[in-house]
Design a binder for this molecule. Structure first.
Ligand code: ATP
Ligand code: MG
Length: 440
């Protein structure tokens, strides 16, 4: 992508409305724009990051055996009357009428709809286990939307729903998502700690929130500090192994970890003082096992091996991609801007032409840009006629992991500089060496 032809409306000044660093940097880097309170557009740079986050979420959901579909944002109130949640869900639900005066709503979550899909076509235990997910916009009319897309009214959620014949099988499904979440957050460059959680309006028996430690987090959390160094389940984790997944779950729940709603002061005080971590955190994922809470009222049942009908045991599993993007920034930035983990960076490399219009600089940059593109890299080429200082500041602000800098003096020697955004380390090398480093 040539910056001269891109749309990346960066800001020099700090926007006044932004209270936390991620919100400030997302606005300054031109990633998002507020359209009305708690409702955002994702501008091209932000959209690139969001897409990369979603791609990782999707890969790990698929690896764990979940199947993607897409359900609509608008739902009929009838389904929610069946489950009893139409009245129970308060003002957070945006209720709408269509032209025939039929009550509709903008989905805050999809348990009812997915249960309806399930009951209409699954009739036998032989079709279980089943886990269906989508990545879709949700709407919750939050009292205090704030911190940009961290807590917005319209936001994106990956929500998965599992269906099983028995509660034991449902626990295995829960453990699959538990392990998939550990892997997902790790690949996003985050350390998320599963904490026992309240089941809230979704209801149910077993629930964990995945929390990232951050000073600006809205939750107060308490945990054993060893969680920070625990191993993440590997790429070859066998998601069909009941015992293997139970062992992962047992390990990751073996030490104290709870949010303030579930906090047990006495249990926490039993942790040796030097191992106690009491901090603030951001909830980036939440998983629930709720048994037959929806399948019973909505009549979602299958025939078991005993020939009888059984209400299915369900769980639901949410991750917030539009919250994860600012959460990643909270965890990874410096005074100059964002520092993206390579896995979600909007571009892999930015090529900075320090003197656009200078034949040697232009030729060198074009050569590098073409070679890296050909190798399948996402490259941003700053070919604008801005001053070098402005270009450096922009490159640092948007946080692309690698900068290749071509200035007239180095280029005259057949060289460029390669800068690592995270460490700030700069290395001078030949043009060929710079290309080979990233093309290998
Ligand atoms: P919170 O406690 O932060 O209000 P929640 O418990 O109501 O969130 P869940 O129903 O558990 O949210 O939703 C699953 C995930 O969706 C959350 O873990 C979070 O990542 C994301 N999410 C929920 N509400 C919002 C929001 N208003 N803005 C952005 N992401 C959200
Ligand atoms: Mg939650």
């Amino acid at each position: 992508m040539r910056l001269s032809r891109y749309f990346m409306p960066t800001l020099k000044e700090n926007p006044k409305e932004a209270e936390i660093v991620s919100h400030r940097l997302m606005l300054r880097a031109g990633m998002i724009r507020q359209q009305s309170q708690g409702i955002y557009s994702w501008l091209p740079l932000g959209k690139r990051v969001l897409d990369k986050v979603n791609a990782i979420i999707r890969e790990e959901q698929n690896r764990a055996g979940a199947i993607e579909l897409s359900m609509p944002t608008l739902q009929s109130a009838e389904l929610w009357q069946e489950s009893g949640r139409y009245d129970a869900y308060g003002k957070e639900m945006l209720r709408i009428k269509d032209r025939q005066d039929r009550p509709m709503l903008y989905g805050p979550t999809n348990e009812e709809m997915v249960t309806d899909i399930f009951r209409s076509s699954v009739k036998s235990y032989k079709d279980l286990p089943l886990n269906l997910y989508h990545i879709q916009l949700k709407f919750r009319d939050e009292i205090r939307p704030r911190f940009g897309t961290m807590r917005s009214r319209e936001f994106m959620m990956k929500d998965a729903y599992s269906f099983d014949l028995t509660s034991e099988a449902a626990e295995h499904s829960y453990n699959k998502m538990f392990a998939a979440y550990l892997r997902t957050f790790d690949r996003l460059g985050l350390r998320a700690i599963p904490m026992r959680a309240d089941t809230g309006p979704i209801g149910g028996k077993l629930s964990h929130e995945f929390i990232i430690l951050a000073d600006t987090g809205e939750s107060e959390v308490f945990c054993h500090k060893d969680f920070v160094g625990f191993d993440i389940p590997g790429e070859h984790t066998d998601f069909d192994s009941v015992d293997g997944l139970q062992a992962i779950f047992d390990k990751w729940t073996s030490l104290y970890a709870a949010t303030s709603e579930m906090h047990d002061e006495a249990a926490f005080n039993a942790v040796p003082e030097g191992d106690r971590l009491s901090a603030r955190g951001i909830e980036v994922g939440h998983i629930f096992y709720f048994g037959t809470k929806y399948s019973e009222p909505m009549g979602a049942k299958v025939q078991g091996p005993d020939g009888k009908e059984h209400f299915v045991h369900m769980g639901s599993y949410g991750i917030g991609p539009t919250r994860l993007v600012p959460a990643i920034i909270e965890a990874s930035h410096d005074d100059n801007g964002i520092i993206w983990p390579a896995s979600v960076a909007p571009f892999d490399i930015v090529v900075i032409n320090m003197k656009a219009g200078d034949q040697a600089c232009d030729d060198t940059c074009e050569l590098i840009y073409a070679a890296l593109n050909k190798a399948g890299k996402d490259v941003l080429y700053d070919d604008t006629d801005d001053r070098a200082g402005t270009k450096f500041a922009t490159a640092d602000l948007i946080g692309v992991p690698v900068q290749i800098i071509a200035g007239p003096r180095a280029v005259a020697n057949g060289e460029v500089e390669v800068k690592d955004r995270r460490t700030g380390a700069r290395e001078t090398m030949t043009i060929e060496a710079a290309i080979n480093r990233f093309v290998a």
